[in-house]
Design a protein. Structure first.
Length: 18
């Protein structure tokens, strides 16, 4: 599990949750 990818996924998820 990469932390960098987790941050990216969270950023995209937050953007799509708008």
């Amino acid at each position: 599990h990469r932390q960098e990818q987790d941050i990216f996924v969270r950023l995209i998820d937050s953007s799509t949750k708008q």
